[in-house]
Ligand binder design. Structure first.
Ligand code: MG
Length: 260
């Protein structure tokens, strides 16, 4: 199932995405009663996807992101692969949705895209054993770990480099039915292919990451794990349109704008 969060006429709701995108207005949202983090029912009330504004599919209390989880990406920046998962936070205020602008930060002149598989947590959990990891995952979406690379080099902590407003586009929806172990993941900028990898190239698997993270902290429903980016990261400029596509999930598109 594909679960989107959207607004229509000033109301916010979740809906199950149904239908086909091969005809105009072929995709519809069947509005969910309640929230998708517990047993829920579909209302049967359907609205065309084209009539709503898609929002970030979740409002995470935190986004836990993993650095250098693809060997070729670590190498392209001249970095070693760390001996164990290397986590950092992106704040809730960095999250934006599909179609929302990425606002180029005033303190940087080198902003990069990083296409990433995003894991959406479905239930409160801590110290999750490996065999229970699948039980705490609601589904998967596309993420872009937008990074001020010059700031990242200049500052030991990455709070500003990777935490500025709009640096965490997520969407377009949560896919609950996909096997995430070997999916094609790409980033294009203005239609030109920049990143192309497969989730099977991750050094630490999703199981490894959730065991490692929940050793330290409680994850809440709606929290997001960004699982690292494949090789091919590169600059974004004002006016660019960046699209992250993950096989079996969808495409997350955002335009880069100047702070007005
Ligand atoms: Mg990243």
């Amino acid at each position: 199932m594909r679960i989107a969060r959207f607004s229509i006429d000033g109301n916010v709701a979740f809906g199950a995405v149904e239908g086909t995108d091969s005809v105009p207005d072929g995709l519809v949202l069947d509005i969910i009663k309640g929230v998708p983090f517990a047993e829920f029912e579909l209302s049967g009330t359907k609205v065309p996807l084209s009539k709503v504004r898609l929002l970030p599919p979740v409002l995470p209390s935190k986004v836990v992101a993993i650095g250098r989880n693809y060997a070729e990406h670590a190498a392209e920046l001249g970095n070693e692969v760390p001996p164990s998962p290397w986590a950092f936070f992106k704040p809730s205020t960095s999250v934006v949705g599909p179609g929302d602008p990425i606002v180029y930060p005033t303190f940087s002149s080198e902003v990069h895209h990083e296409a990433e598989l995003a894991v959406v947590i479905g239930r409160m959990c801590r110290e999750v054993p490996r065999e229970r990891v699948k039980d705490v995952i609601l589904g998967y979406t596309c993420g872009n770990d937008v990074t001020a690379r010059d700031t990242q080099r200049a500052e030991k902590q990455w709070a500003r480099a990777k935490g500025f407003d709009s640096s965490c586009p997520l969407g377009p929806w949560i896919e609950t039915g996909v096997d995430p172990s070997d999916l094609a993941i790409t980033a294009t900028v203005n239609g030109e292919l920049r990143q192309a990898g497969r989730t099977s190239q991750m050094i630490n698997s999703i199981e490894d990451l959730i065991v490692n993270i929940t050793e330290a902290m409680t994850l809440l429903p709606g929290d997001v794990i960004l699982t690292g980016t494949p090789a091919g990261v590169g600059p974004l400029n004002v006016g660019d349109e960046v699209a992250v596509t993950i096989e079996g999930i969808g495409t997350l598109t955002n335009k880069v704008i100047k702070r007005g």
